[in-house]
Design a protein around this ligand. Structure first.
Ligand code: ISL
Length: 577
């Protein structure tokens, strides 16, 4: 049996603050907007929110570039507003996770402003500063060949002191040097500042990039490009676990909180176990990210590689069976703010399938072991921008950098960009960040009719919005409520029960199925998910005594030894022992 904990039973709803609800007509979401929707989130059956960063920031990377952890980006509100949000959530027996971005800061953070002043500044060592190298021709070169995750070199030359600093993301996001103890203590102080205000946990951004190899060696050369990943020297580096444990001992253990680490690059079983194995006492759970990358190209995100149900079967079976072996805990998710919507990429947003497909994905998210994380809008079947939106609809730095780099390489010929537009229309981070579609009024009820929203509002909001679904028992929203209610009611089965894959050979390759079983009551459930736009028939002789616990379409059941699933159909069969 699995040990119980509130954070295992939690259902987390990710809010992208810029895009949730604008309460003051400036075109940008804000804290007051979120406060006004607490009852809505509760009615859905989610009990915890995770807010993407809201701290003071120049917003070069939408707040993942923090300039001051103890103040709030002014257009979002104030620390007092956030306190009201925390209190409001607690009044509703709900909880809140903040996004902890401590692998790097903004270059506008006081720490970095100090650090860059002189080589002898007391905060110099809080970041990575290195002398240039010179090649045989005497040209100045970067200290190593590492590539930034957003493209180009990860090193940036600073005229003031004639040294380079390291920034794995944007040039304006310098990496903090976790080897410096004073720096670590300062970030712990910032964490405590929020925990003392009642925050219930953190999603830790780029968690495993904090320990770099002390020599910062050149990354392995994998192609003929000037800069190479280098991740083998900065992901899950030599002191990483020491830092996590110190954070726990000095901060987390003093509170009853939940911790979720974002794991990049080292996503193998061993690495995962080292962070979440219960007896290691490090983090509660991880995002391994592989589930949101299933259609990424073999070497780059925007390379082409289509989704296939086999991929979700493989990854889900892997983590669902491996993590319990070391008494760890899983996250369950299909979406976040760093990619396109799973509905468009892994299922279908075509009008004839959209509602059924969204309900099928909801069935996946609510019937697995682990803590489910849903992205705002997932509950109403929000989709990507359609492919008729041109490049100007995309404003995120990642999409823009990619588009402009390829355009330049193709001699500026816009007519040669259709392959790039195809990939952007699937995977750009913009899709995960679209303003919430509340109703069919101008600007989708996200902001006032007169305001200019900070980013594109998907024109499909006229048909796909909260208001049109809230009173419709057949809507995606109502299905989410029903399946989250079932998950809570049968927590022994869906949260804590065992997981067993159903082999592909007994369902066909387009249907993903698994069994759950309660350790307490012996109740069993079998979940069938049709990831195709064709009807699928699954032999179901062995399930003739089972009854339907959940179905995303009225015409699905076991007849004459067969389960017939409609396109994107989902059925949960159950048997009470
Ligand atoms: O966004 C990605 C792919 O499109 C990822 O590679 C992402 O950069 C990586 O998972 C780290 O993400 C986090 O830190 C970034 C920030 O831009 C992302 O929004 C955040 O989720 C830098 O802080």
């Amino acid at each position: 049996p699995v040990e119980k904990a509130w954070w295992k039973e939690a259902v987390v709803y990710q809010i992208y603050p810029a895009s949730y609800l604008d309460s003051n007509g400036d075109g940008l979401g804000d804290i007051k907007g979120i406060i006004s929707k607490v009852p809505y989130i509760k009615s859905l059956g989610a009990d915890t929110i995770w807010m993407s960063p809201i701290f003071a920031s120049p917003q070069e990377d939408m707040g993942y570039d923090v300039a001051d952890y103890r103040s709030i980006h002014a257009p979002y509100g104030t620390v007092e507003d956030v306190q009201r949000l925390i209190d409001e959530l607690h009044t509703h027996q709900m909880r809140i996770l903040m996004d902890l971005v401590v692998n790097h800061t903004s270059d506008q953070h006081d720490w970095f402003r100090e650090s860059r002043k002189s080589t002898s500044n007391p905060k110099r060592d809080w970041y990575f500063w290195r002398d240039p190298k010179y090649d045989a021709q005497g040209n100045r070169r970067e200290p190593n060949n590492w590539k930034s995750i957003f493209g180009g070199s990860a090193w940036h030359f600073d005229d003031a002191t004639q040294q380079y600093y390291l920034a794995l993301f944007l040039p304006s996001q310098p990496d903090l040097n976790w080897a410096n103890e004073d720096m670590r203590k300062a970030t712990y102080g910032d964490m405590i500042f929020w925990l003392d205000r009642g925050v219930d946990g953190f999603r830790i951004d780029s968690m495993n990039l904090m320990s770099k190899h002390p020599d910062l060696p050149d990354g392995k050369v994998l192609n003929d490009e000037p800069y190479q990943s280098g991740a083998e020297f900065f992901a899950s580096g030599p002191r990483m676990h020491e830092y996590v444990r110190e954070m726990r001992e000095q901060v987390f253990d003093k509170y009853d909180i939940m911790t979720v680490g974002e794991l990049g690059f080292t996503k193998d079983e061993k690495s995962v176990s080292e962070y979440v194995a219960k007896d290691r006492h490090e983090l509660n759970m991880l995002f391994t990210g592989d589930i949101v990358d299933m259609d990424f190209g073999p070497t780059t995100k925007y390379g082409r590689d289509d989704f296939h149900p086999r991929k979700i079967r493989k990854l889900t079976n892997l983590w669902q069976t491996v993590v319990p072996k070391f008494n760890g805990w899983n996250t369950v998710y299909l979406d976040n703010h760093d990619s396109g919507r799973s509905l468009t990429r892994y299922a279908s947003d075509a009008p004839e399938y959209r509602a059924t497909a969204a309900k099928m994905l909801a069935t996946y998210l609510t019937t697995l072991s682990g803590t489910p994380f849903m992205l705002q809008g997932e509950e109403i079947g929000m989709a990507n921008l359609s492919s008729d939106y041109g490049p100007d609809a995309y404003i995120d730095v990642e999409a823009k950098n990619h588009y402009n780099t390829v355009l330049k390489a193709r001699g500026g010929d816009e007519s040669k960009m259709s392959d790039v537009m195809r990939e952007l229309s699937l995977k750009a981070r913009d899709h995960g960040r679209l303003p919430m579609q509340w109703d069919d009024s101008p600007n989708a009820g996200f902001t006032t009719a007169e305001a200019k929203p900070w980013m594109t509002i998907n024109k499909d909001y006229v048909d796909w919005n909260v208001a049109s679904q809230v009173d419709d028992p057949g809507s995606v929203l109502s299905f989410w409520k029903e399946s989250l209610r079932l998950r809570k009611r049968h927590a022994d089965l869906f949260v804590y029960g065992s997981y067993e894959p159903v082999p592909e050979s007994s369902t066909g390759e387009m249907v993903f199925a698994y069994r759950r079983e309660s350790h307490e009551s012996g109740q069993m459930a079998v979940v069938f998910l049709n990831f195709s736009d064709k009807e699928q028939k699954v032999p179901a002789e062995e399930y003739k005594d089972f009854s339907v616990l959940l179905s995303n379409h009225q015409s699905q059941a076991v007849f004459e030894g067969q389960l017939a699933l409609v396109p994107f159909g989902a059925v949960v069969l159950t048997q009470q022992q």
